[in-house]
Design a protein around this ligand. Structure first.
Ligand code: FRU
Length: 557
């Protein structure tokens, strides 16, 4: 059915010429249409071939939202704006650019193509993805009143980066997520860049009450002139937010002589009875303190990081008496050190616990003490070819500190909730030759999602690898001590055994190696002409001591 016949009323089409110096081209004019909003969504036709132009939504004389969009008369795909807040009102849409696509805009209860959400060909089945548009960093990860909140960098209007907005999803189990729609929209201070969330139980900010403590999010407002730190609060469990009138709360461009001051992470530091904010400024992470979340005092700086700071304390080998602090940045390299509420002192050089496509990972705030886990989610920088969404969140992992022969190291392992996605244990065998293992794996080569656990013993080889359709998932070299080209020396060589856990999804392989001592994500690039399926291979002898394979449920079903 041609959905454009759905009821929509264009009240008036006005051509207003906005003079732009001498450049009186088509792009310098703003075309306007008005629509009386009666449905929840406005469907907008876009194409990657079209140039971006500025669109604004106004009610009366007030501009409510401004964004850029590749509006196209012949859509490559559709995006949708939630316009439920405008119901019963007349929305004026102005567009500076090739306006031929304006006539195709129409409203409907559900976004165009909603019946196909999560059934798309290249929709990851285990990982969180957004329905429409681009996503990058996870933001504001927090557990509150039975819900895990995942906010994320979202461009609702294209499958590429732009218009940074905070998307929002919630989950009761870290595995099944429900998208709630966008939470924070760009404003005059800038686009909504990455940040954090806290619950202000003592109502130190005064935004709520102790009975209904404010749910406070911090974000960076990215403006061409400067990046500043801002906050917004919610009194309804993150469903709606009010931006603080006193924003920004930190403006440090001049101090650092840098535009790059961003991505605040905030937490309560109980021993000092104060809030701590860690933010990347110029060439490293700065630490600030506050008593009320609004007034911040600079304390110290740790050089050697870029973007997306994290700072948290972990017990070593599960022993609460023995703890260290972990500081990392967007790339997943980290220091272990001491922290006194004001200054972080590294006790190690830079170490690495994850690599590959994962970036900008954050950990959850406010996990109950009875649980006590440090749970991380990152952004997997991968494509889903041909889809109107792009990017996925990494599978949630539990971070731990363990003693190794190299000293204390950070480990990442899949959270236990991921077992909820196990469907059937289809292989469970011991002491296999590579040929036998490959034969057992053969029927599962084309599964959209699969979980494999393997322990491999090298008896006489310099490397072993596991490939799918000719693409190496694991390539482990004991001569050069590399794992997929990255230096890695396994923690214990006794017996020459090492284990790996692999989550295969539609467009990625996520691998936890050597008990989680190192993990990585790589894009899955199926070669339709390669029919060899899974292949354990090597230059000489090796043995698969243990092999378990699970088929997986589709999280969206
Ligand atoms: C990291 C990052 C952050 C920034 C955000 C913008 O991927 O560059 O530093 O806040 O993405 O989308």
């Amino acid at each position: 059915m041609q959905k454009h016949t759905l009821k929509f009323i264009i009240l008036g089409v006005a051509l207003s010429l906005i003079s732009c110096g001498n450049q009186a081209t088509n792009r310098a004019t703003a075309q306007k249409i008005s629509i009386e909003i009666t449905e929840n969504h406005l469907n907008l036709p876009v194409s990657q071939q079209a140039e971006r132009g500025k669109m604004s939504f106004s009610i009366g004389e007030n501009i409510d939202r401004t964004f850029v969009i590749r509006l196209a008369e012949t859509p490559e795909y559709w995006v949708a704006a939630n316009v439920s807040a405008y119901k019963g009102k007349t929305l004026k849409i102005a567009f500076e650019g090739d306006a031929a696509g304006l006539s195709k805009i129409y409203q409907s209860e559900q976004p165009e193509g909603a019946e196909n959400f999560y059934l798309e060909e290249n929709r990851p089945q285990l990982h969180f993805t957004t329905k429409i548009g681009w996503i990058n960093d996870p933001n504001g990860l927090i557990f509150y009143e039975g819900e895990y909140h995942l906010f994320y960098q979202h461009n609702p209007f294209e499958r590429e980066w732009e218009n940074m907005t905070w998307g929002h999803a919630v989950s009761a189990d870290l595995v099944h997520w429900t998208e709630l729609g966008d939470a924070l929209f760009p404003d005059k201070l800038g686009a909504m860049f990455s940040g954090t969330a806290v619950i202000d139980y003592e109502n130190t900010s005064g935004f709520g009450t102790k009975e209904n403590p404010p749910f406070v999010v911090f974000y960076t407002a990215d403006h061409p002139d400067r990046e500043t730190q801002c906050l917004a609060y919610s009194l309804d469990k993150g469903r709606t937010f009010t931006k603080y009138a006193g924003n920004p709360v930190i403006d440090s461009k001049e101090k650092w002589n840098s535009h790059d001051t961003r991505d605040p992470k905030v937490f309560w530091y109980a021993p000092g009875k104060q809030w701590v904010l860690v933010v990347n400024e110029r060439d490293g992470h700065s630490i600030y303190n506050s008593a009320n979340l609004k007034d911040w005092t600079y304390q110290s700086h740790v050089d050697g990081f870029w973007e997306c700071p994290e700072l948290f304390e972990l017990a070593i080998d599960n022993s609460p008496a023995n703890k260290l602090w972990v500081m990392y940045g967007a790339s997943g390299t980290y220091f272990l050190g001491k922290f006194d509420g004001k200054t972080f002192t590294p006790l190690t050089g830079k170490l690495q616990f994850e690599f590959g496509a994962v970036y900008a990972a954050q950990t959850f705030n406010n996990i109950p003490a009875s649980d006590g886990r440090r749970i991380q989610i990152g952004w997997d920088r991968v494509e889903q070819p041909g889809m109107r969404f792009k990017g996925q969140m990494s599978l949630p992992t539990e971070l731990t500190l363990r003693t190794t022969p190299n000293g204390v190291r950070l480990f990442a392992n899949p959270v236990k909730e991921l077992d909820l996605l196990n469907d059937k244990l289809v292989v469970s065998e011991k002491n296999l030759s590579p040929d036998k293992a490959n034969e057992l794996l053969k029927p599962y080569a084309n599964e959209a999602a699969l979980r494999i656990k393997a322990t491999v013993k090298i008896s006489h080889a310099t490397f072993w690898a596991l490939a799918l359709s000719g693409q190496n998932i694991i390539d482990y070299n004991l001569n050069f001590n590399t794992l997929n080209g990255v230096f890695y020396s396994q923690n214990d060589f006794a017996g020459m055994e090492v284990n790996a856990e692999i989550f295969i999804d539609k467009t990625t392989f996520q691998v936890f190696f050597d008990n989680g001592g190192i993990s990585y994500c790589i894009e899955r690039r199926p070669d339709p002409n390669n029919t060899e399926g899974f292949r354990f291979w090597s230059d000489r002898d090796f043995e698969i001591k243990n092999l378990e394979v699970f088929t997986m449920k589709n999280r969206w079903k």
